[in-house]
Design a binder for this molecule. Structure first.
Ligand SMILES: Nc1ncnc2c1ncn2[C@@H]1O[C@H](COP(=O)(O)OP(=O)(O)OP(=O)(O)O)[C@@H](O)[C@H]1O
Length: 513
């Protein structure tokens, strides 16, 4: 006997609607196998009932205030999502396992290594992968839920080597829900294609190339590195490329964002729970990421946000490592390479007594400045071409075209969110273009508060106001076809707007389509 799945659609949402629907089922003595209730829809999974009975039930439902219509469906909403998710996972080229916050398997795809052949939903991943890094990472993330990623840890399963990557999963409102674990087999001739390498860093501008050269040199030495650059300029990509070009490349790359968590949490994340010493934790306490990443690289993003006390502890570790360098026969306390990044001016923070000058000097030895898009305008077209290729690949080698007008519009924009923003703008434009040619009207910029805030943070009042004013005027000009119309929208005189256009050196090509 077949199960029936029914979708009921309502044209209003009122109290007791579900109750009224279910009361009629009760009247016909039909029980419910399962049910999903949304604001205007109910899915019901019912045991087999004849068409005749269902028709009678439907007739009565029609009298329920708010009922619109019902449909027989093949799957419930949840089942549909489940099928979709499985389908997507199976499309991926690597073995993928989705875990709960405690490391329990929730989904896995058909590319998981043979060594995981007995894996089941509900199994613990630790029964299949015995790896201290993974264990610690999951245990700690489970407790603090803000830990990010674990990159390229080499593990062995059934005498084969794999690169293990783990990402924490969050809902839109940042509720931590588990992990996405990917396993990629390392084959001899293509071992590192999962790494970000310098080849992945796109750009031809001289300033950018200088940064790449510096980073390449930095990858061959052991001192800490300081990456300085605005939001979305590629600091993390640089850090990863340095790691994979170094002789630590087969070890962990662990990143932590110092701005993303409260101070006490950051401290225990970094140094572990055991007070006094995190070195050689004997299993009673929690290991910090500095220890988990032993042998590898630790990426400290937004180091300017780290509090003074944590800075002192970090400095001590760097000094201890220097006192007993790598390759020495003495017992080394910790073997990590620190790469720090900042979008803030650390020297200014030193003046404000928010950043330790001695830590700054340690980090500043190898300082690499990553230019913003404004500082490498020639790369705009290069990056557009690159991202369109990436998008085309993602959509099954679909041909994507872009008009000269759209390119010009992107060239005249100031890109406060840098490369990340450019990626987003192009992706959005592709959707808006409905699969055709990307035209200039499909290029829309996020002039939201976030960007204005990021751009104006740390600036003095006059330059912040100017920045805002220039952008505001540009927006009005782009929305209108003439200066006069824009002046009207801005409620200022034509002459005043002309003066401002002159002051801010706004060119016709900055706004005219
Ligand atoms: N040179 C580049 N070539 C291609 N893609 C890049 C380049 N630089 C950055 N990206 C892409 O831009 C996005 C932002 O890069 P990344 O996260 O490294 O920037 P970030 O400076 O660390 O950002 P944030 O300040 O927000 O931490 C990523 O999706 C990355 O893949």
């Amino acid at each position: 006997m077949e199960i029936r799945r029914i979708k009921i659609i309502f044209h209003i949402n009122r109290p007791h609607l579900t109750f009224d629907i279910l009361s009629i089922l009760k009247k016909y003595d039909v029980y419910i196998v399962s049910m999903e209730v949304y604001s205007n829809v109910i899915y019901l999974k019912l045991p087999y009932i004849s068409d005749n009975t269902l028709q009678k039930i439907e007739e009565e439902w029609k009298d329920v205030y708010g009922f619109d219509h019902m449909e027989n469906v093949d799957v419930m909403a949840f089942e549909e999502k489940d099928i979709e998710l499985r389908g997507v996972l199976n499309l991926m080229r690597e073995g993928v396992v989705i875990l709960s916050v405690k490391g329990i398997v929730e989904y896995f795809n058909n590319k998981v290594p043979v060594a995981l052949r007995d894996i089941k939903v509900g199994s613990s991943i630790f029964d299949f992968i015995e790896n201290e890094n993974l264990k610690n990472f999951i245990e700690m993330s489970g407790e603090v839920s803000n830990f990010g990623t674990m990159r390229n840890v080499e593990i062995e399963l059934d005498s084969k080597n794999y690169l293990l990557n783990v990402d924490s999963l969050y809902s839109e409102d940042r509720i931590f829900s588990g992990f996405l674990l990917t396993l990629k087999e390392i084959t001899l001739d293509y071992s590192f294609d999962n790494y970000i390498t310098f080849e992945d860093l796109v750009g031809e501008d001289e300033k950018f190339k200088e940064s790449i050269e510096k980073a390449k040199n930095a990858s061959k030495v052991e001192s800490p590195v300081l990456l300085v650059g605005g939001s979305g300029t590629g600091k993390e990509m640089f850090a990863r490329a340095i790691h994979s070009n170094s002789d630590r490349s087969t070890k962990a790359f662990v990143g932590i964002n110092c701005a993303a968590m409260p101070e006490e949490l950051l401290e225990s994340e970094l140094f572990g729970y055991e007070s006094g010493s995190f070195i050689g934790a004997n299993g009673n306490g929690k290991r910090g990421i500095l220890e988990i990443a032993d042998g590898g690289t630790v990426f400290l993003d937004e180091i300017g946000e780290m509090n003074y006390h944590i800075q002192s502890r970090l400095l001590k570790i760097i000094e201890e490592m220097e006192a007993v360098p790598r390759n020495s026969s003495e017992e080394v306390p910790l073997d990590i390479r620190i790469i720090a990044a900042t979008s803030k001016d650390l020297e200014k923070l030193i003046e404000e007594k928010k950043f330790r000058v001695d830590l700054f000097y340690k980090l500043n030895i190898l300082k690499i400045e990553i230019p913003t898009i404004r500082e490498r305008p020639k790369d705009i077209e290069v990056l557009i071409e690159y991202f369109l290729k990436v998008l085309s690949k993602r959509y099954g080698d679909k041909k994507i075209e872009i008009s000269q007008g759209a390119i010009d519009k992107m060239k005249s924009y100031c890109w406060p969110g840098n490369i990340r923003e450019m990626q987003n703008v192009l992706e959005k434009a592709l959707v808006l273009s409905d699969g055709g040619v990307i035209e200039s009207e499909n290029i829309t910029f996020d002039t939201s508060e976030v960007y204005n805030r990021e751009m104006t943070e740390g600036a003095d009042l006059n330059s912040a106001v100017s920045y805002f004013e220039r952008n505001f005027i540009l927006k009005a000009l782009r929305n209108n076809s003439s200066i006069r119309a824009a002046a009207k929208e801005l409620n200022v005189t034509h002459t005043l707007l002309l003066n401002r256009i002159k002051k801010y050196e706004i060119r016709d090509e900055d706004w005219k389509k």
